[in-house]
Ligand binder design. Structure first.
Ligand code: SF4
Ligand code: SF4
Length: 337
């Protein structure tokens, strides 16, 4: 999504509220001006690519996209060209030409189709047609690696691949398992000028509707949970009400805590996987988990498989049960414990 210069009123909120920078309001305004006018600032190397400033900005100016674009221009994240080349190849999309056997509504499992099979089990998925892999991978991962331009270069092929699969479906609808894909199809692709001619449904909406239809099978969980937002949830907060309604249906209560909602901390995967900031990542993870425990959460619930993988061990170490959102629904349906 491009940064929209005309919408920026230099309020400074985006950098002032950042959980990784320690700036005064005046410094935040000054650095925002530097980013816009001189297209440079120390912010570019300090930013850990958590996407949160796009949500902090109430003018919808997309400040993180300005930062991400400039991080590519200046190669600010210290990622070697060799690693960038590898990463560029790893998720390179190709034209999808296979025939897909239509079973039920189409769900894209992004890059997690094979790596996280455990999250696609049970009745929730029995009647769906599942696709995944490189041909439909949304490519927003490149927001973390100073390779912003790859998203625009690949957007059209990814959308066309989905449209090709949907040719055999009566309803032109795509359910996105991965939150990041939802942001890609509903925000990035259209704002990059790529038409999306199908309805996009978020996993939360799908799960909520399924549970509503199977209400009689739900056993209320009476559990207090901390919800771990993923970075991409910052891009489409408008669908979060489905999560709240879903949690209500199954008797799970989000605890009130310091690092929730807009002030949430990310799982720290970018710091560990790309930025070589292990100490900072571990420090923030502990703060996040301690915050959940202080608020008496019994479990940490995840929407993103990468967040789950990144925080799982530390959650278990501190007796905070990590649960992926689909598993939480399956527990409520009596399928697993
Ligand atoms: S990008 Fe948004 S939050 Fe940042 S200074 Fe501009 S208007 Fe304020
Ligand atoms: S993306 Fe996150 S770390 Fe980077 S400036 Fe925005 S809020 Fe701060």
């Amino acid at each position: 999504m491009p940064f929209i210069r005309e919408k920026c009123n230099f309020c400074g909120d985006c950098l002032f509220k950042c959980n990784y920078l320690d700036l005064t309001r005046d410094q935040s305004i000054k650095e925002m001006k530097n980013l816009i006018e001189s297209r440079d600032s120390f912010i570019l190397s300090e930013c850990v690519t958590c996407y949160a400033c796009n949500e902090y900005c109430k003018e919808d100016a997309n400040p993180f996209d300005l930062i991400a674009e400039l991080q590519e221009e200046h190669n600010s994240l210290g990622i070697s060209q060799e690693n960038k080349n590898k990463l560029e190849k790893t998720f390179e999309p190709y034209e999808f030409t296979k025939d897909v056997q239509v079973k039920g509504p189409l769900m894209s499992q992004c890059a997690f189709l094979f790596s996280h099979k455990q999250f696609f089990r049970g009745k929730l998925f029995d009647d769906l047609t599942l696709i995944g892999g490189r041909s439909v991978f949304c490519n927003l991962i490149y927001l973390h690696s100073a390779q912003y331009s790859l998203i625009e270069a690949r957007a059209s092929m990814i959308v066309k691949n989905i449209e090709r699969v949907l040719e055999n479906f009566e309803k032109k609808e795509l359910i996105c398992f991965h939150d990041e894909c939802y942001a890609f199809y509903t925000k990035y692709a259209p704002e990059l000028g790529v038409e999306v001619n199908f309805k996009v449904i978020h996993l939360f909406e799908y799960l909520y509707n399924y549970l509503k239809e199977h209400r009689a099978q739900i056993k209320k969980l009476n559990i207090k949970i901390a919800y771990q937002r993923s970075c991409s949830t910052r891009l489409t907060p408008e669908k979060d009400h489905f999560l709240d309604e879903l949690l209500d249906l199954i008797g799970a209560k989000k605890v009130d805590r310091q690092y929730s909602g807009e002030n949430a901390l990310c799982c720290q995967a970018p710091l560990l996987d790309f930025l070589n900031k292990t100490d900072l990542a571990r420090k923030k993870q502990k703060i996040n988990i301690q915050d959940a425990l202080n608020a008496r959460a019994e479990a940490m619930v995840f929407i993103c498989p990468t967040c789950y993988d990144t925080l799982k061990q530390m959650c278990m170490k501190y007796n905070l049960r990590p649960i992926f959102i689909t598993d939480l629904c399956r527990i409520a349906l009596g399928e697993i414990e």
